[in-house]
Design a protein around this ligand. Sequence first.
Ligand code: GLC
Length: 560
Amino acid sequence: MTPARQLTSPVGQESRFVVPETGERELPWWRNAAIYQIYPRSFADGDGDGVGDLAGLLTRLPYLAELGVDAIWINPWYASPQADAGYDVADYRAIDPLFGSLADAEELIRRAHALGIRVVIDIVPNHTSDQNPWFQAALAAGPGSPERARFWFRPGRGEDGELAPTEWHGFFGGPTWTRITEPDGTPGEWYLHLFAPEQPDFNWDHEDVRAEFESVLRFWFDRGADGFRIDSAALLVKDAALPVQDPDERAFTDLEAVHDVYRSWRRVAESYDGARVLIGEVWLPDAERLARYLRPDEMHTVFNFLYLECAWDAERLRAVIDDTLRFHQEAGAPPTWVLSNHDVDRVVTRYGREDTSFAIYARQHGRPVDLARGSRRARAAALLTQALPGSVYVYQGEELGLWEVEDIPDALRQDPMWERKGRNPADPGRDGCRVPLPWAGSEQPFGFSAPDAHREPWLPQPEAWKEYTVEAQAADAGSMLSLYRSALRLRRVLGDGDIAWLAGTPEGVLAFRRGEGFACVVNLSTESVPLPLAGTVLLASDELRGETDLPPDTAVWLSV
Ligand code: GLC
């Protein structure tokens, strides 16, 4: 564990802050929430089958309340064959028996609300499961049928239709079209799937698809959901001309008509009491294009992948932060800050590599990792991230300082990327960030499953995690968990608003104020630096040298 001392107890210090003036007294919760991401199959296992579930999550809600988060976002819990860990939804109105029942989901929402925790769920509109009744009906109904019109069925090219309609590249590797056998047994049409073949894409030009999803939104809003995280949100609408070549992915990324979808979803959200929120998973390299999803009649927020992808480098981080704040201010939407999620390498590992950036197409699996350095930086990054205005995401296990598990035996890998990318050891997929959480005890399953569990965790947990359990860290004031708990409590009073960079700070140092009373200083350089302003240390990511020296890869929060 990274040794650290909490320099001052944050408890009771809140009153020293001058809360930045935001112009709004009561902010809607999502403008500055801390949102904890639950990957349900790896959070807590209540029934002993080695896979996390809602019963397990229910028992751990007090942990989340104590951690100090305002909301949870739960990855897909719907009925699904689990070809892509639930992102292949067979029934958008049912809970997968692996996770529990609809009654469990309703109970979970109720109990979370009772603890003051909002519940955001995942919605997957770009594609469905090949087991979805609509897709099964489309297969059975044959070419030219109204059932097929809800998807992208096309005859193949070539003499016998043996070539796929386009040569687009899929996100999981491999082709984006699969040829079916028609009900009469002949080789037939092809259907489009930007992800795995088990995930056929919907045709969003079709009125049935639009009406169905609005009905699904209502189904869950009626049950108390506080919002939706919208999966693959920029991909829904396709260029119906289906150009054969599409090197820039323009035929299916960020088409103008996709905005109509979110305009109508916003109207649905606003027809409900309370602040119901739409959060987009929009991976676009262009901030101006991204900002268009944040127009006042579309989504409320989007994930900040520009920040997630940024290297541990003061100049680049400052540029991303400035850019983020600028385009969000223009859009009138609050920024979000994300260090990791279920699709990317865990942050301790990323920051422990020589190249600390992340690119979805250029993973660095197997490159040397200095975990001690990665942890130190992840601690500093936590304070930087949580000091910024807007909402912040914490991916389960980030608060425990878990690392990417890179030595999962190949036979146990579950991510469809592993097979689809040809079992590439340099890019084995996303299992390494999805390993079940360690809660307590000194051996697997580390409290993830009940002691009488009949199966091992669905992915093996590193033995070294015995020192990283919630139990071990809760008792250690210097642990990552203690740092997150303190930071999440303190950040509550910071609210929305802007930052002011301090002038004249040395190279490699990020330093800014929030309002009059609060400052955050982060040293990303390789030398210790004197603190650029006087104040009381509220929280430090690691031990300081003396009163005023900030060591490399360390952050402090100051009351000034
Ligand atoms: C999103 C999800 C990812 C999933 C993909 C297909 O990127 O975050 O986990 O595999 O969409 O639904």
